[in-house]
Design a binder for this molecule. Sequence first.
Ligand code: HSE
Length: 368
Amino acid sequence: MNIALLGFGTVGSHFYKLCEGRTDLHVAAVLSRRPRPELTCTVTADYDEIVRDPSIDIVVEVMGGIEPAYSYLCAAMRAGKHVVTANKQLMCAHFEELTSLAREKGVALRCTAAAGGGIPWLTSLSRASELDEIKAVEGILNGTTNYMLSAMTNSGADYAPALQKAQELGYAEADPTADVEGLDARRKIVLSADLAFGVNIREEDIPCVGISSITAGDIAKAKDEGLTYKLIARAEKNGRAVAAFVCPTLFPSSAPEAHTDGTGNLVTLFASRFGKQSFSGAGAGGYPTGSNVLRDCLDVADGCRSFYADSFTPCSVNLSGTQCKWLFRCMGEYFTRECSAREAFDAYESYRKDDPHALLARYAAEEE
Ligand code: HSE
């Protein structure tokens, strides 16, 4: 199968290396604005050249962002080409249009690398949902914030130096907003919920609290109580709706999440009959993420001609039925409350009017 690669950053260049020497997949073209004399394949800045080339079977998109990625992938599918993408932002923003177009054109659309980095999470989740009813999915889905919280927990560092170190190591972007405010984790839980429950939920309906309010003092207090902060994204089926949110969560030291350090991810599905399954591994990085892109391409080469499931029902987000124990900090005072997720996020928004650095965290619940 011949591949055209859109994007030659960390993931793209590592995917390219993973394909070198293979006989089943061949990167025939790379879309690049600048010349790349080190590459032996066609290098072009003209996307039309790729779309018009009948020898290209799969378009792999690892550019990120909405445009021009959205237009490029639509054009590829309209031209009958299969599409593999690692772009969670794009998949969340245009889930319905992209999956419908793939179905209409009878081409494969895969995005396994969009959630969980190198962990085959979305493929495993999709297969699990064919076996049993998935009740909930949740986990550590952002490597950058997990690195920062691990550094703050292990070395006592405060938020700003932990962020600076994450940027120096190339984990956090120059603009780290999507990572630290939980937006990246939210996109990943949207895709996870969609595949787990056969729904189509909207990113903007999901309350999202990141880690930017967590201080060294919060971490030290939690440590004294035997607890560890992790940024958790969660979605559970709640009748006809889905309850989903992103929020710092406190885990006891016995929980595997508490021991997931660095840029690791750990994500769990809860099924009605076969119970709980967890998946862990590298949540970011060139070779891990590139491997999931490669796996998708091999699935296409093996005959996959679809998205992960046939159809998805638009679905509302309703947090009223999810009861948890929550920790708040406002104006320097800590207090706990047991209430629904809806009440907790509403209370947090109101506390933030008095204290923009207020904290909301959930206490992890024991779950079957
Ligand atoms: N910024 C993302 C993370 C990259 O830190 O997890 C992988 O999706």
